[in-house]
Design a protein around this ligand. Structure first.
Ligand code: SF4
Length: 446
């Protein structure tokens, strides 16, 4: 069945499309039958004229993002991303769920484990972070040394045994350049050993030079996390010890080294909706989309500047909206429901999965903050019919649409237009390409 999502996209997309067409057409004809048989009640509940108009609106008059739903694009305008983001929530989730099913198995959610391999004492001053040395006294967090490679390996073994397929290691550094060669070599050893377990390996170590990225790649690193956090214009409210541009330079070095890119952001930093749009716009207009997009909710830590401000905790609806918009503008990426799940109910999380989230962090800790109970997560998976995504399944994210793909999508649109003449929800077809997974061909995928 998996092949339906990754290897036979055209047929799969057509199946989805046909099913949608049949459901929507059925709904339209059912309404017509009822209105002929029982005119009075239907008259009484007659839909708003604007709804009637949209039900027969020609396919081509829909906005481009809806006509081309599921197509990978890097030419998003900020207005377009804003329009996606501002779509009424249930409509947005519906469209995101449709795009999600064009490229991913919607029942599979990856479980990842995050370990802080070097905690505290960071010279950067991210206002949300408990690990910055700028407010270590207020937070009460002492700087620790880089963990021993054996201890990290054992933690990875435990994570794998409990069902995680991706192991992420974070160090509170400005970047590896601030540490000596011995520590750097130890990190590379950690990467090699964890990778030897058959897990996907991700690190988040701050700013990288191209040479450091190359060394990580040689050690077997699957992915590098480097979040953009928020919009370019709000960034200086969050961090002043580096610039937005620095983040983009590191992302470029990671991409150039052939490591898959993990980049997302945090909501609840005091930013406005336009900053959330700005973040998604930045990510979706990178020359190649990140394969992985974590969407975090701020976990406010007492003693940090943002812990003192009494900011509103993002709601489940806030998270679902960001995830759905990310899924629509970066349809092939893994969208990761990351920090902040403790404040979400299982129903909130279910909405996020429906909106296209296909990864969580499990385990009781995320770097320095608490996380959900693993058994409760497994129960939630059970209730929702979710299964754990295996390691090294092909990651189709990151590929930009080719002209050929877009031509194919346009042709499919024309064919579908006839099928969906009475539909209210035209869906563009995308023929997702295979695309290599993070092993860059080592696993044999294409
Ligand atoms: S978020 Fe990362 S870079 Fe920023 S202070 Fe914390 S550990 Fe340092």
């Amino acid at each position: 069945m998996l092949g339906c999502y990754t290897r036979q996209p055209t047929e799969f997309s057509r199946t989805i499309y046909t099913q949608l067409a049949s459901v929507l057409t059925r709904n339209v004809s059912t309404t017509s039958c009822v209105s002929r048989a029982e005119p009075q009640p239907v008259d009484h509940y007659r839909a708003d004229p604007s709804d009637q108009l949209s039900a027969t609106e020609p396919l081509r008059s829909q906005p481009r993002w809806l006509r081309e739903l599921g197509i990978v694009r890097s030419d998003w305008t900020r207005d377009e991303v804003n329009e996606v983001f501002q779509t009424p929530l249930l409509d947005l989730v519906f469209h995101a769920a449709t795009a999600h099913r064009m490229h991913h198995n919607p029942h599979m959610v990856q479980r990842c484990t995050l370990l802080s391999i070097k905690t505290g004492g960071c010279p950067e001053n991210c206002k949300y972070c408990a690990q910055s040395s700028s407010w270590s006294k207020e937070v009460g967090l002492k700087a620790e040394k880089l963990m021993d490679a054996d201890d990290v390996y054992q933690a990875a073994v435990r994570a794998k045994e409990s069902g995680s397929t991706r192991f992420c290691m974070g160090a509170a550094w400005r970047g590896p350049s601030q540490v000596g060669g011995r520590q750097w070599e130890r990190v590379l050893e950690m990467v090699r050993r964890v990778r030897g377990l058959g897990m996907e390996v991700c690190t988040t170590l701050g700013m990288l030079t191209p040479e450091q990225a190359r060394q990580l790649r040689e050690a077997g690193l699957s992915a590098y996390n480097h979040n953009l956090d928020t919009s370019p214009e709000y960034y200086s409210q969050i961090t002043t010890s580096r610039k937005y541009e620095d983040r983009l330079v590191t992302l470029e070095a990671v991409r150039e080294a052939g490591i898959s890119v993990c980049a997302g952001g945090i909501i609840g930093l005091g930013e406005g909706p336009s900053d959330r749009v700005g973040l998604l716009h930045q990510l979706a207009t990178l020359p190649t989309h990140p394969e992985s997009v974590p969407i975090n909710a701020l976990v406010a830590v007492a003693g940090t500047p943002l812990g003192k401000e009494g900011l509103e905790t993002p709601t489940g609806f806030d998270m679902a909206r960001c995830i759905a918009a990310a899924r629509v503008v970066m349809p092939k990426a893994m969208v990761r429901l990351s920090a902040g799940r403790l404040s979400l109910t299982p129903s909130d999380q279910a909405m996020c999965f429906m909106a296209g989230a296909n990864s969580i962090f499990d385990g009781d800790k995320l770097l320095t903050t608490a996380n959900n109970d693993r058994n409760e997560d497994l129960e939630m998976f059970d209730q929702l019919g979710l299964t754990s995504r295996p390691a090294f399944m092909p990651y189709v994210g990151g590929n930009t649409s080719t002209g050929e793909q877009e031509h194919g999508a346009a042709a499919a649109l024309d064919a579908a237009a006839a099928e969906l003449a009475a539909s209210t929800h035209p869906q563009a077809l995308q023929a997702p390409t295979g695309g290599c997974c993070q092993t860059q061909g080592e696993c044999g995928c294409q």
